[in-house]
Ligand binder design. Sequence first.
Ligand code: 0A1
Ligand code: ZN
Length: 866
Amino acid sequence: MADMQSTAAAAPAIIRRSDYRPPDWLVPDITLDFDLDPAATRIRGMLAVRRNGDHDRPLRLDGDRLVPLEVKVDGQLLDTGQWSMEAGALLIPLTGESHSIETLVEIAPEGNSKLMGLYASGGLLCTQCEAEGFRRITFFPDRPDVLSRYSVRMAADKARYPILLANGDPVDQGDLPDGRHWARWNDPFPKPCYLFALVAGDLACNADRFVTMSGREVKLGIWVKEADLPRTAHAMQALKNSMAWDERVYGREYDLDVFNIVAVADFNFGAMENKGLNIFNSRYILADPETATDIDYDGVEGVVAHEYFHNWSGNRVTCRDWFQLSLKEGFTVFRDQSFSADMGSHAVKRIEDVRILRAAQFQEDSGPLAHPIRPESYMEISNFYTATIYNKGAEVIRMMALMLGPERFRKGTDLYFERHDGQAATCEDFVQAMEEGGEIDLGQFRLWYEQAGTPRVRASLSHDPATGIAELALEQAVPATPGQPDKQPMAIPLRVALFDRASGTHHGDELLMLTEASERFSFKGFTDAPVLSINRGFSAPVIVETNHDQADLAFLSAHDDDPFARYEAMQQLMVNVLIGKIGGHAVDEAAVIAAVRHTVTDPALDPAFIAETIRLPSEAYLGDQMRVVDPDAIHAARDGLQQRIGAELEPLWRDIHAKTKANGFSLSSTAKGARKLRNTALHYLVASGVVDGPAVAYAQFDEADNMTERQAALATLANGTSAEREAALDIFYNRYRDDALTLDKWFQTQAFAFYPETVDLVEELGRHRDFTMTNPNRVRSLYGAFAGNQWAFHHKSGKGYRLVADCIIALDKLNPQTAARLVPPLGRWRRFDDMRGAMMRAELQHILAEPGLSKDVTEQASKSLE
Ligand code: 0A1
Ligand code: ZN
C-alpha cells in the first residue's frame, strides 16, 4: 500500500466526468460529537447508512490522514481485521441494507496549515470543507450527492471558546466539569458534507433580525472579535438587502430561524456558504472608512450576497458531482452581479465585471489551463475554482437570461428550484429547466458547457448607397484548447445597433443570434453608411474584431447610448493607438486626448462611468492583443500616452481634483463616483510630470478621511521615485502595522507599483518581519499582486519568475491550495519571447523537481508545461 501511495504522488489519478456512478451507500442521518481542543480534538461520528441499489460492495468512507481509533457497526466494536484502509479511506464489508456505523478519530487543528478541515485561526477553531475537507475531520462518503441530516454536539473549554456555533438551529447547551461546556445544533435540511461547519471561539456578535416575505423572523448574527464589531455594519446591511432582493427577484425565502456569519483571518478563498453558518475571510466582512476602500466595500456587499444566494443556488439545490461546480457557482455569480448592479450602477458594474472577466478568464481560456465551464477531468478539484467556472459560468447564465427575457427566465428558474429542491443536480438539469420553463430550444447553446476557449467574432459592416442596405457580415471561430483541437460554431447572442452618423442616434437595438461559422444580416433604410455598435452590454463573452476606423470609435465613444459599448469604443480607440505605437507606426494620440476631453467634460455622464472610461487599458490587456507580449514596450507606450493625456489636459485634472473634494464621508453612489473620478484626475496629474504632482498626491494622502483616497494617493506615489513616495509608505506602515487587512494594502501597493525596482523590493518584502506564509491574504498581497504586475514580474532578468517559483515551493509545504493559485502566471510562457519563455519553463520544471510536491501544484505546473 505504501508503494501505491508513492506512485500516486508521482502521477496523481485523473478523475473523469464520464466515470460518474451513483453512491453505493447513502447516509440519511449523521450525529457528530466533537471534543474540541487545538492540540487534540476527538470526533465521534455516528452514521445511519443505507445500501443504495442492488450491489455487494463494501461501505467506503473517505478519510484524509485519519486513523480509526474505534470502528463500530450496530453498536459492536470491530476488530482491526474487520475493516481495512485503502488510500486513506475506511472500508467496511456489510451484509444487510441498513446499519449504524460509529468511528472515533483524533486530529490536531493547530497543526493544520492547509486550512482545510478543522483548523485554528487567530484563537478560533473553524472548518472549511468544500471541496474535500470533511474527510480530514471524520470518515464519510465525501461527495456532494450524499445528503444527510446533521446533529452536532461540541464540547470545549468555556473560557477560551465561549461561543460554539454549527449549521442549522441551536437546540441545547450546558456546562461540564473542568471549565468546559457544550452545545448541540441541528440542521433539519439534508445537505452534502462540504456544507458542514462549526466554529468555536471568543466572538462578539452584531445581532439583527429579518422578517421574511411569509412573516417569519430570522435572527441574524455576524460574529467577529470584539474589537472588530464596529466594522460589521456594512456586511449586515448587505445581508439584509440580499435577503430582500432574493425574495423580490427570484421569489426565494430564507428557510432556517438563524443565519450566522463568522469572520476569520486565515482563509484560502473569499468565503464559504455553509448552511446557516457562512464562514468568511475577514476581508469580505470588515469595513470602515478609515481602513476600507470603496472597492473593499463593494467586495463585502458582493461576497455577502454571493454566499447568501448560495442558500438556494448551491445548498437547497446542490451539485451532483464536482464537474457540475458551475451549476452553483456560475449561477450564483450571475445572481450576485445582478444584485450589486441593482444596489449601485448597472453600467459601472457591467464594465467592472467585464474587466475582471477579460483579465482573469480570457487569459485562462487562451492558455494551457483552459477548460470548459463543465470540465471533463481533473486531478485536484481545488484547482477548478477558476475564473472560467465562476465568471464565464456567470456569462453563460447571463446569455440565457438575455435570450429569454426577464419573465421567461424567471419561469425557468422557478421550475429549476421547484423541480430540484433537496436534490444534487447537474448543469443539464438547469438547461432543461430553462428550456421548458422559458420555452426555448437550447440545443446548440449547450456547447457553451462543452467547448473551452474564447470565441472570436469578426464583424464587418458594408453599405450600398444605391439600395440603402447595410449588410453585416459575421464570422466566428473558437480557438483550439488543450484536448479540444476542433470546435463547432457556437450560438452567440449579439446585441447590435446601427447609428446614424449625422444625428448620433440609432434605429433600435436588436438581438442577433449568430449560430453559423459565417452569416450575413441585412438592414434596410440607410441613405448614409451607418456606424455599427456590436456586443452591446457585452451580450456574449467573446472577442469581437470590427472594421471600425478611429473616427468610428471616436463617434461611438461620444454617442453610443449603451454605456458598455461607449466604454468599449473608448478602450478600443486607446488600444489601437497603443498597439500602433508599440509596433512603431505613426499614430494619432490627439484623437485619444480629444475623446478623453469630450468624455470628461460631458455633463450628462456619471462621474464613476467617466472614471472607468478614461482609464487606459491595463498592460496585461494590451499584452493580450499582441502575438508576442513585449512587457517593456507596452509599459513605455502606455506610460508615454498617460503622460501626454496628463500634460495636455492638466488644467482639467487640477480642476476636477479640486472640485470633487468632499465635505465629510458618505457611501452614496454620488460620493463614491466623485472619489473615483478624483483619484483618476490625481493619477493623470501626477503622470503628467508637473513638478508639484507628488506634493498634491501627498497632500491627498495626508488629508484623506477615507481609505479610498489615501490608498489611491499612495499607489500614485508608489509608481514614482519622489521623496514623497518613501514618506507616505513609512507613514502608512506605522499607522496600520497592527491591522492585518490594512497592512496587506501596504504590501500589495508596492508589489503592484510601476516602479523600476519593484522586483528587488518584492524580494525584500518577502523577508519583512510582517510577511508570513501562513496567512493567505498576506501571500496574495505580495506574490499574487506581483505576479499580476506584468512589467515587474516579466523583468528581463527572470528574477520575478524565480521569486514566485520559490514562493510556490515554500508555500506548497504549508498550504498547497494557495500555492497552486500562484502557478498560472508562470504557465503563460508561450505568450512571451523565447528568452522569457525559456526562463518561465525552467521555473516550472524547477517546481516539478521538488520532492513531495502536492497534487495541487503538480497538476497546475505539469499542465502548464504541456
Ligand atoms: N463555495 C465558495 C468558494 C470556496 C471554495 C473552496 C473553499 O475552500 C478553501 C472555500 C471557498 C464560494 O463560491 O464562495
Ligand atoms: Zn460561490
